[in-house]
Design a protein around this ligand. Sequence first.
Ligand SMILES: Nc1nc2c(ncn2[C@@H]2O[C@H](COP(=O)(O)OP(=O)(O)OP(=O)(O)O)[C@@H](O)[C@H]2O)c(=O)[nH]1
Ligand SMILES: [Mg+2]
Length: 611
Amino acid sequence: MTTPVRNIAIIAHVDHGKTTLVDAMLRQSGIFRENQELITRVMDSNDLERERGITILAKNTAITYRDTKINIVDTPGHSDFGGEVERALRMVDGVLVLVDASEGPLPQTRYVLQKALAAKLQPIMVLNKIDRPDARPAAVLDEIYDLFIDLDATEDQLDFPVLYTNAKTGVAHRKVGDDSTTLQPLFEQIVTSIPPPAGDPAGVLQIQVTNLDYSDFLGRLAIARVFQGTLKRGTEVAISKLDGTIQPTKITKLFTFRGLDRDEAEQVAAGDIVAIAGVEGIQIGESITDLANPAPLEPLLIDEPTLTMVFTINTSPFAGREGQYVTSRDLRARLEKELLTNVSLRVEDFGATDAFRVLGRGELQLAILIETMRREGYELMVGKPEIVVRTENGRRIEPLELLIVDCPESFIGIVMELLGSRRGEMKKMVNHHSGRVRMEFSIPSRGLIGLRSQLLTDTRGTALIHSLLEGWTDYAGDMAMRPTGALVCDRAGVSVAYAIWGIQERGEMFVGPGVEVYEGMIAGENAREDDMNVNITKEKKQTNMRSSSADEAIRLIPPRDMTLEKAIEFIADDEYVEVTPKSIRLRKKVLDAKKRPKRWQEIRASVDASS
Ligand SMILES: Nc1nc2c(ncn2[C@@H]2O[C@H](COP(=O)(O)OP(=O)(O)OP(=O)(O)O)[C@@H](O)[C@H]2O)c(=O)[nH]1
Ligand SMILES: [Mg+2]
């Protein structure tokens, strides 16, 4: 007799507590020894996930409740990683939809719920963070019903069970304030209301690969759901490739999930999730099926990317100093490798030598890729993010976003003005009478580039923004460019405090003293709209007279710390971010001051000609 199985994904808006809930589920499933120390958010296992405190990749785990095995996929909540959620949904029969009991449903709640309902997955609603002093579960539940209705949920889907949780302490309640002290009500609900997987273990083999993973011991692993039949170790099977060809292969090693481990298995039957080792060249979306009688599954289709950035080799005078991989061959090979696992990414050649257009879902997604590459020893340059514009039936169309801004009442005017300048249209304003308001805008995706940092500056760090792709709309016309110019180094050398002191009143510096610079490198942001060439290497003239008052006058304002994301948000069309393992520099595309286009019309024309 086979073990009963349930397959669920945990989906939510960013930070609503998915990974924390998985911690609690793992702990209470008895998988760990009594005294075993567990790190928090144990599923956020890669370096960047831990540093940033967000989930980037969807990951599998499994627990046993009573006699039922529950396969769990933890998914990321940030909208840039929506592709991970889309593929996770392919693996499961139901979803836990987490909603922060104070924040309520937010744009990514809508996105993931819409995908889950479209896939006809059974939802269990989990109102999390009920311990928050500002929790308002009853009102949030109403908002969730409204959301379901808005998404055209069927009667059946509207009839979802609701649980109230504190993921941090690992408690689930059926009613707010009941005497539960564990997650048992949640486990019980999963077993009773998530349907067991369909599929006949004796039928024709049908498996779909939804993820690739890598293990030091086993190499490449394909993670897949067995939809029908039973996969047995040592048997010959067919891989149905994405191009429709059939490739015979022998399955040598199989694993199933248990907590943070994988158990070797002799066979895995329909309904379960399997990790298969040693299948060369297998890709996400491909099927594994019967060799004599192939019945491949439909490939996985997911939303198209909306944002693009040019990745090119580093051509700065400092190229090759820090990185190990610097050629266009290196860059191409790395991007191709990324495509194997990162399903929502595309890479296009566009006729330029040494440059590729990389398409993704947002600035963060691409920034994570760039950060990963620099840590691996790559050097590259990236251009300003652009929104994908399409032509359909002779019309130019561009993606449109639903944007939610949550800010203190006193900033309403500033926020409306800023969004107006980016062609945002206000649709709704809700005042919860907590001193903060929530405003909804419809805005072309182009208007979101660089918005977050500007909004934080304008609202002194108090605004929260969330956005969701709403659809496509007629191209809205040119968008205002960055309103400021750059302070550009006019020669190579080492920056000097005295020179910076003279320049800093012109704008804000990105470079402090003692930094090696080159001609065309950007040293700061000019307060005025044009670029200004500056000599940041100028030493103070030596005089015989020592004047203590002059030395004292050199007070340097600390430079703005340009992180990768800030640099990407900052650059204009005629600029690049240069990324190496140790440095992030900003530069003009044309380094030579004499050859550089000066007015924005020239800049636009030269950029259009080069792309
Ligand atoms: N007070 C309180 N805090 C919680 C609760 N659940 C999670 N948190 C906190 O919320 C923050 C985000 O938790 P995560 O588990 O990383 O959220 P997530 O949904 O996995 O986030 P992403 O994967 O990045 O979308 C962490 O600081 C948690 O400690 C809860 O029930 N109550
Ligand atoms: Mg998470």
